[in-house]
Write a protein that binds this ligand. Structure first.
Ligand code: SF4
Length: 254
């Protein structure tokens, strides 16, 4: 597997819950069925149900892609269900990012043997410096590329590598635009909460996610690793030699 940028958070905590709990319960149900004749039928039925619950987490490659909508929605359900527990333990962010890391592994596997042809990058508006007056929503090329925030470098890369990029300040508009664009891959940068919501809302599209860094708190002067974005795009997406047919290389969604 190629060495794409990954989360510092490991994927195993999510997997331990998502796969470990149903498998553990299936094991207990089988054990119960072996030890107790009474209610054996129900215990076997329960074991089958628990195994069926764990089964989608073993799908990968094309099988994963075909069933991605259902798999991601169900994985999202587990993530939302255990989020209060993670919050109570002070690990909410790590829990969500663990799910994101697991999602990224599955998406990487899909693009092991081929490249996306119509990828779309989604970025949040808060990467623009709060005090910057450049109207990048009117036209992202209004950015002066002063280097004080990631917008300038993103524009430079998007023009050079002919990426389709959207900068959005409303999640629902970003989802709508993404559906209209019909990408075969989304590379999204956002905070953990928005990544979780985006993954489950656009579950039908393979989505590789990169975490936003919040040195000044939520939604203010946020940043992200442009080298990680470049590496992800280089490894997952077919190199484009002509400009995108349907949209400009960089677009704001106000
Ligand atoms: S790179 Fe500079 S000019 Fe461009 S959006 Fe960021 S702060 Fe504004």
């Amino acid at each position: 597997m190629r060495s794409l940028p990954s989360f510092s958070t490991p994927e195993w905590p999510f997997l331990a819950v998502r796969r470990g709990i149903p498998l553990g319960l299936a094991f207990l149900a089988i054990l119960g069925a072996l030890l107790h004749a009474q209610g054996r039928g129900w215990l076997v039925l329960a074991a089958v149900g628990f195994l069926a619950e764990a089964w989608p987490s073993f799908k990968h490659g094309e099988a994963y892609l075909r069933n991605r909508r259902a798999i991601v929605r169900w994985d999202g359900f587990w993530t939302f269900a255990f989020r209060p527990v993670a919050r109570f333990l002070g690990k909410e962010e790590a829990w969500i990012l663990s799910f994101c890391a697991w999602n990224n592994r599955r998406v990487r596997e899909v693009f092991e043997t081929r490249r996306a042809k119509n990828a779309l990058i989604l970025l949040p508006h808060c990467i623009q410096l709060a005090r910057c007056k450049a109207d990048i929503f009117e036209d992202p090329k209004n950015c002066y590329e002063c280097g004080l925030c990631p917008v300038g470098d993103t524009i430079e890369s998007s023009l050079k590598k002919r990426w389709n990029v959207r900068i959005s300040n409303r999640s629902h508009k970003a989802y709508r635009e993404a559906r209209e664009f019909q990408p075969d891959l989304i590379v999204a940068v956002s905070c953990s909460d928005r990544l979780l919501k985006g993954l489950t809302k656009l579950a039908e599209v393979p989505c590789y996610v990169l975490p936003l860094q919040l040195p000044h708190g939520m939604c203010v002067d946020t940043t992200f690793s442009i080298p990680n974005l470049i590496t992800a795009m280089d490894d997952l997406v077919e190199t484009r030699t002509t400009p995108p047919a349907r949209i400009q290389p960089l677009e704001g969604i106000a």
